[in-house]
Design a protein around this ligand. Structure first.
Ligand SMILES: Cc1ncc(COP(=O)(O)O)c(C=O)c1O
Length: 479
């Protein structure tokens, strides 16, 4: 498809912006060195051309609004339009973040109220809304962990962070970014933390553990309390990665399981849109021992008004301008309030039910390396289907109008296919997915070539992903 630069004709435009009378005078104030030497090369298209171009582009894409999107570890659920309406209220969108507190009481009350709800969900007393994504929350959490050990004089010897080998890649990256050494814990035969390996790795050089709950196989750690007790016993802290909160929101609280730090992905569990690069939000809840180090400003309620507290000498400082991605917070609060406590509990039960429904329908046709009840997602393997690979299965799903699941992750499953249906899909869609997967399993045996060349019915056929990653062309060639 053409780019917009290849459309239109010289002098064509979509809207006519009147030139202000004093344009020349205003220009005379721009220093000579900063003036534009030649006309910017902008697309020159009429309004219908513009609208058609972007509408056509949007139709080439597959999104959660156009079809099923069972992307494991990503919780691609429906984004209720009520949240969008709330986030588009002019009083919120037109608000400048630098306005004084007295003039932003409404916005501060929204942030404060969201923070209170999230503290309740986590069962933890402290929070910051600043981090812009899950990985940013992890980094902030690691900075808090480090600051804690610095302030009690133990940072010199606490050099290690323990991480199960099923961890999401951002976890070790976040620990390494603050200079901690990552020690990988092998999973046991059930795909959960091996307590013997944990015991062998624990010592006074351990700053903490990072656990994804439930883990990236969709399995809840049956020994979670034992794990957190043991880490606390050696003076370490427990970080819980909350990207998978959809599995237990409203039913269990990380604070009750021994978490000291817990990040939310508002763009997953709390339904704010994601994909395509953001913006998201990764608020971080902490236990009382870490509260003094939280980023500033903290939003506090005094009598009936809200204020920004910056005088916190032990704080790690800011991790984001102002209060993070404000309109993402607005959407999340709208979602929480519209569902209520009972609704949030239904979210997790629906997500777990849908995942187990799919698991039981597919486990006879595909290998399931870690069998048994899962939480909100499960991981199949594409092994054993003749000469086709997981990538071929994923590409073929696109021909059936379904977004491929996450593939080749977690790393401990060969040829992994990680499936997360979420609670927002009706049974008919789940059944259509099952039918497509079963057909693909048959095709894999009878027509492997068909799968290897898939997709066949998409606007773009199979791309060379390694080349795209290694030699990206990020600019259109100059004309
Ligand atoms: C288990 C897990 N942890 C952390 C993250 C990082 O979250 P974000 O993409 O918001 O940075 C993800 C994202 O997919 C995840 O699945």
């Amino acid at each position: 498809m053409e780019t917009i630069y290849e459309l239109g004709a010289e002098g064509r435009h979509g809207v006519t912006v009147p030139r202000p009378e004093d344009a020349e005078r205003a220009l005379s104030h721009v220093p000579e060195a900063l003036r534009r030497r030649r006309r910017a090369k902008l697309p020159e298209v009429s309004q219908p051309e513009l609208v058609r171009h972007y509408t056509s582009l949007s139709r080439l894409n597959h999104g959660v609004d156009t079809g099923f999107y069972p992307l494991g570890s990503c919780t691609m659920k429906h984004n209720p339009r009520f949240n969008e309406d709330a986030a588009r209220l002019p009083g919120l969108t037109a608000l400048h973040p630098a306005l004084p507190d007295e003039e932003t009481q409404g916005a501060l009350s929204i942030l404060w109220e969201l923070a209170e709800h999230l503290k309740g969900v986590a069962g933890m007393p402290g929070i910051t809304l600043q981090p812009a994504a899950g990985a940013h929350g992890e980094l902030t959490g690691m900075l808090l962990m480090k600051r804690h050990f610095e302030s009690i004089g133990e940072m010199e010897r606490r050099t290690k962070v323990l991480l199960p080998d099923s961890a999401h890649g951002t976890n070790p990256a976040s620990a390494a970014m603050v200079g901690l050494e990552v020690v990988s814990l092998p999973s046991n035969a059930h795909g959960t933390v091996d307590l013997e390996a944990l015991a062998a790795a624990l010592g006074e050089d351990v700053a903490g553990i990072m656990l994804t709950v439930p883990n990236t196989l969709g399995l809840f750690e049956p020994d979670i309390l034992e794990i957190t007790h043991r880490v606390h016993d050696v003076g370490g802290l427990c970080y819980f990665d909350g990207a998978n909160l959809n599995a237990f929101v409203g039913r269990a609280r990380p604070g009750d399981m021994g978490a000291d730090i817990f990040h939310f992905n508002l763009h997953k569990t709390f339904s704010t849109p994601h994909g395509g690069g953001g913006p998201g939000a990764g608020p971080l809840a902490v236990s009382s021992v870490l509260e003094p180090y939280l980023p500033v400003p903290q939003i506090v309620k005094r009598n009936d008004s809200f204020a920004l507290e910056t005088d916190r000498p032990d704080s790690i400082g800011r991790v984001h301008p102002y209060h993070g991605n404000f309109l993402v917070s607005v959407r999340a609060l709208a979602y929480i309030l519209s569902l209520g406590d009972a609704g949030l509990r239904e979210v997790s039960s629906g997500a777990v039910l849908a995942a187990n429904y799919l698991r039981t329908k597919l486990e006879s046709a595909y290998k399931l390396p870690y069998p048994g009840l899962c939480k909100h997602e499960f991981v199949l393997s594409g092994e054993g289907l003749g000469e086709v690979r997981t990538l071929d299965i994923a590409k073929r799903l696109m021909d059936y109008g379904i977004h491929p699941p996450t593939v080749y992750f977690p790393l401990i499953v060969k040829e992994a296919l990680m499936i997360e249906p979420t609670e927002t899909e009706p049974k008919e869609i789940l059944d259509a997915f099952v039918e497509a997967m079963l057909r693909i399993a048959d095709e894999a045996r009878q027509q492997p070539e068909l799968l290897k060349a898939a997709p066949h019915r998409t606007p773009v056929r199979r791309v060379d992903e390694a080349k795209a990653a290694r030699e990206p062309i990020l600019r259109r060639p100059p004309n």
